[in-house]
Design a protein around this ligand. Structure first.
Ligand SMILES: NC(=O)CC[C@H](N)C(=O)O
Length: 307
């Protein structure tokens, strides 16, 4: 088990890399983040949490939410329905790319971790209104974290809603090809709220732990999702979780993980621990540069790679 002092040392080693990255600014509210922030929490199955950095800070999930909605929709709709609308293959393209949608027939998004695929998955959250659908998703987040106080940042959601022209164009493409059939503004409302769900890296680590334990929460002794759903999610984390850097990440770090442009990373070391990281300075592919360095140090020192 790591000590807090050890983790602090890794944080100090990773922090200088922030100068090679930039905070996301295409969602205006995210540009307010401090690139030098870096925090990490590790959650163990016995309930021990080891932290370093400012772990009280809230981070919006952004693309990390894609893995949560995927688990939720797989549980509610089943594998067949989900994979009817979204594929299982990595793209090698940036997360917001529209390119592959035109190249494959039928025009379904290649996987649920790119924006087009995530929009198709969010579309599958059942309910008659955005409020009801979002409430269901948030309730699932509460069960994953054991923290019923978690909500979303209105400021970040609004900021993305006002500027998400590329995501809207993905939605219209999907609608043209029958992958979605709801009002685009309504779907954008739900998607931007989902991406703006915010929590600390301790909460993130707890979700990582649930995935690491195949969907079972060892703290509350409750099954949060069936093992096959956790397995599918972890597989996507490995093949597409770090966008078009997933291959290099698998070789250098080898831990199922999902990142978001807020600088958050959720990682699950199967059977062992959950990790939550927040470091808003991003590399050119949109992954936390300090967060990846931190994971690399941890993985090398403690042989965390699953390969
Ligand atoms: N990579 C990300 O974190 C992207 C999430 C962001 N909300 C978007 O759709 O652009």
């Amino acid at each position: 088990m790591y000590t807090a002092i050890e983790l602090q040392r890794f944080v100090e080693q990773a922090k200088p890399y922030a100068k090679y990255g930039k905070v996301a600014n295409y969602i205006p509210a995210l540009s307010k983040a401090n690139p030098d922030d870096l925090s990490i929490a590790i959650y163990y199955p016995d309930g021990t949490v080891v932290c370093a950095g400012d772990t009280e800070k809230n981070v919006t999930l952004q693309s990390i939410s894609k893995i949560i909605t995927l688990a939720f929709v797989l549980m509610n709709r089943g594998e067949k329905a989900v994979f009817h609308k979204v594929g299982m293959e990595p793209t090698g393209d940036p997360f917001n790319s529209i390119a592959k949608l035109e190249e494959v027939q039928p025009a379904k998004p290649l996987n649920p971790m790119i924006n087009a695929g995530a929009l198709a998955v969010t579309h599958m959250i059942d309910g008659t209104t955005v409020t009801k659908r979002f409430h269901q998703l948030l309730t699932f987040v509460h069960s994953l974290t054991g923290n019923a106080a978690i909500t979303y940042s209105k400021e970040v959601a609004q900021s993305e809603f006002e500027t998400a022209f590329l995501n809207r164009s993905l939605c219209y493409f999907l609608k043209q090809h029958g992958i979605i059939d709801e009002d685009v503004e309504q779907l954008m409302d739900l998607y931007t709220k989902q991406c703006a769900i915010e929590m600390t890296c301790i909460d993130l680590a707890r979700i990582g732990l649930v995935f690491a334990m195949d969907g079972f929460d060892p703290i509350t002794k409750q099954r949060i999702m069936p093992p096959h759903v956790a397995r599918i999610c972890k597989t996507f984390m490995v093949t597409c979780g770090m966008y078009n850097a997933s291959g290099e990440f698998a070789i250098k770090i080898g831990i199922p993980a999902k990142s978001g442009v807020s600088g958050g990373i959720l990682a699950a070391v199967p059977g062992r621990l959950g990790i939550g990281i927040f470091g808003p300075a991003l590399d050119e592919k949109g992954n936390s540069i300090t967060g990846m360095k931190l994971l690399e140090l941890l993985s090398k020192t403690y042989s965390l790679s699953i390969f």
